[in-house]
Design a binder for this molecule. Structure first.
Ligand SMILES: *[C@@H]1O[C@H](CO)[C@@H](O)[C@H](O)[C@H]1NC(C)=O
Length: 230
């Protein structure tokens, strides 16, 4: 009993971290596709028409506009993507939903708006200016590989966007969550503020999810939205 409890506590962080990543739906299939010598061989593995369809309408993983969600079609979630060097993501941003500042270490990211009014921010590297765009239907922007970017649906209606990334394994790093994982005294030094209360300041940082968080108070007040369960 005690041992069991101990094991649960020990492995909880790992299980928890795993839950925040795309789940590999069929490792065996991915392995066979990666080892296949030819396209012909891959066709003999992906024998059914259904093997060639990824359904963004499926309920799993989490799919909602409250506050929002990101759904990736990549080698992990859709094995037929193996070998094509791309990820396609569906972004659903409810009113005022935000994707917190993050970067993808292995992919440039093109985002096109289908509906809504979403503002984006992108910082490519030190000393370059921050690029901000407003994505209304039909408009697209570029987040270069490794650039820090963030977006918020500034409208009170849902925003639907499609994102294309040039890797099957883009990786994602949320800046604030990453920063808050280093030592408190180093964070204080980075802020140039020896009295910064790191624990208190960081206690409400939303978890790294595959979804989004609620955005600015200004938008929330304007649209009359209260924070529900994320
Ligand atoms: C989009 O929102 C911005 C404010 O964030 C506003 O200035 C602009 O007029 C809006 N565009 C449309 C087409 O609604």
């Amino acid at each position: 009993m005690i041992n069991h409890l101990f094991a649960t506590i020990l492995f909880l962080p790992l299980a928890y971290a795993m839950d925040k990543l795309d789940k590999t739906v069929n490792q065996d299939l991915v392995s066979r596709l990666k080892l296949a010598a030819t396209v012909y061989d891959r066709h003999n593995i992906l024998t059914k028409d259904e093997d060639w369809i990824y359904d963004f309408n499926s309920a799993e993983p989490t799919d909602s506009f409250k506050p929002g969600s990101v759904k990736n079609a990549n080698a992990a979630t859709f094995p037929a993507m193996v070998g094509h060097g791309m990820t396609i993501a569906q972004l659903k941003l409810g009113p005022c939903a935000m994707l917190p500042a993050h970067y993808h270490p292995r992919a440039a990211n093109m985002v096109v708006a289908i509906t809504g009014n979403t503002t984006t921010w992108m910082v490519n590297e030190n000393a370059v200016r921050t690029v901000s765009t407003t994505l209304t239907p039909g408009k697209m922007t570029i987040f270069p590989t490794g650039s820090i970017h963030s977006m918020q649906n500034n409208g009170c209606d849902d925003a639907y966007l499609i994102s294309a990334l040039n890797s099957e394994d883009t990786g994602t790093m949320n800046i604030v969550n990453g920063l808050w994982s280093i030592r408190d005294d180093m964070i204080r030094a980075a802020f140039g503020n020896p009295t910064l209360d790191v624990k208190t300041t960081g206690k409400d940082i939303p978890e790294v999810g595959t979804g989004s968080t609620y955005g600015s108070d200004e938008c929330m007040n304007r649209c009359g939205i209260s924070k529900g369960k994320t």
